[in-house]
Design a protein around this ligand. Structure first.
Ligand SMILES: NC(=O)c1ccc[n+]([C@@H]2O[C@H](COP(=O)([O-])OP(=O)(O)OC[C@H]3O[C@@H](n4cnc5c(N)ncnc54)[C@H](OP(=O)(O)O)[C@@H]3O)[C@@H](O)[C@H]2O)c1
Length: 348
């Protein structure tokens, strides 16, 4: 008797099925419900659809999920025409306008994804404010929810701007009262998702200001606020940074950790809404000072000023939306790192 069969026969029946190798065996195991006991390289790949994959976070997420080698990746883009050239070897690229509900339904029906990560958005509050109807259609595309298969999960990237900024620090049980169109559109999607049948296996992540390295490839947003600061401070001219708004800035690597957890089964196992921010809430002027210190720039170029009230058509900005994210830390098994730990990782 071969060593292979001796091991197989010494195990209970369900485990013996797990030693089958190869795609056909893995597919058969999936069909008869034994896929969970297969090693990751034997399991059929989960199909993951990322909306807004052509954006800053989307590109980083694609790159890191691709390294795992256990997902069939699909990414959507809208206006970033370089996306299919840059990422066609990593994922299947789909041009999709999220405000076209019929196109969203068609894509969902053809892919039948196991997990959807919804990142696509009008992500600038000022742009969002100018056209509430379009913003709502793009940021809260309910056809994504309606198109989910009965077993599928959705991971929604929401925002700290669902909070009003007057009662920080916020926990997930505090009332969400957005002060701008962007926050309202994100909250609408959270509610549509969590009140739907898919809500019991899906999550909404209320993310704070995201700080990380530049985008891996061509993207409209080429970097985070850290690269903006570095560029402004190295220019030799003075720049204004708001000193009266506080955000629980969060590291890209920590967000990727959470998204891997969510895609890998965390969303289905621990559904609901989560704050996703770091342990401290600096102002933009504080961040600029930290970048100056870390990069050896003069702080003389930092003109710290309060954000003026919005002019007509501009988005209101919640002043202090510091969040307590311990619920997500417990669920996803991490400690969000502070700004001092983010800077060396980003500028190394
Ligand atoms: N970055 C932050 O600090 C931050 C903080 C809190 C929450 N968030 C949320 O996190 C998510 C990712 O943020 P990000 O910084 O990666 O955003 P981003 O770089 O602005 O990317 C936005 C993505 O949405 C796509 N998109 C825009 N309009 C679209 C439309 N009409 N139809 C389909 N897709 C459209 C863009 O595609 P094209 O480029 O191809 O047009 C792009 O892929 C967003 O939902 C954002 O609201 C971000």
């Amino acid at each position: 008797m071969s060593i292979f069969w001796r091991i197989a026969r010494s195990r209970p029946l369900a485990t013996a099925a797990c030693v089958a190798t190869g795609t056909a065996a893995a597919a058969a195991a999936a069909a008869n419900g034994t896929a969970d006991c297969l090693s990751w390289w034997q399991r059929p790949k989960k199909t993951v659809l990322i909306t807004g994959a052509s954006g800053y976070l989307g590109q980083h997420l694609l790159a890191s999920l691709a390294k795992e080698g256990r997902y069939e990746l699909h990414g959507t883009y809208s206006s970033n025409t370089a996306f299919a050239d840059d990422w066609g070897d990593v994922c299947k690229c789909h041009k999709l306008h999220l405000d076209d509900a019929a196109a969203v339904s068609e894509l969902m029906a053809s892919l039948k994804p196991d997990v959807v990560v919804h990142l696509g958005a009008v992500s600038s509050p000022n742009v969002a404010e100018k056209d509430p109807q379009r913003t709502h259609a793009i940021n809260s595309p309910t056809a994504l929810i309606d198109g989910l298969a009965p077993h599928a999960s959705l991971v929604a990237l929401s925002t700290d701007q669902v909070y009003d900024g007057a009662h920080a620090p916020y926990t997930e049980t505090d009332p969400a009262r957005p002060v701008n169109v962007y926050g309202a559109s994100k909250l609408a999607f959270e509610r549509a998702l969590l009140e739907s049948p898919a809500g019991g296996r899906s999550i909404a992540l209320r993310m704070s200001l995201l700080l990380g390295p530049p985008a891996p490839k061509r993207s409209k947003k080429m970097g985070s606020f850290l690269q903006d600061c570095d560029r402004m401070l190295s220019s030799g001219t003075a720049h204004s940074f708001f000193d009266n708004e506080y955000r629980s800035v969060v590291a890209l690597d920590d967000v990727l950790h959470v998204l891997h957890w969510a895609v890998g089964g965390g969303a289905a196992a621990s559904p609901g809404v989560y704050n996703m921010g770091g342990p401290a809430a600096p102002s933009r002027a504080d961040i600029a000072r930290a970048v100056a210190h870390h990069r050896g720039h003069s702080v003389a170029g930092i003109n710290a000023i309060p954000r003026p009230p919005p002019t007509a058509g501009q988005a209101a900005s919640p002043p202090n939306i510091a969040m307590d994210s311990t619920r997500l830390e417990r669920a996803a098994g991490l400690r969000f790192r502070p700004l001092e730990a983010i800077l060396p990782a980003v500028f190394s």
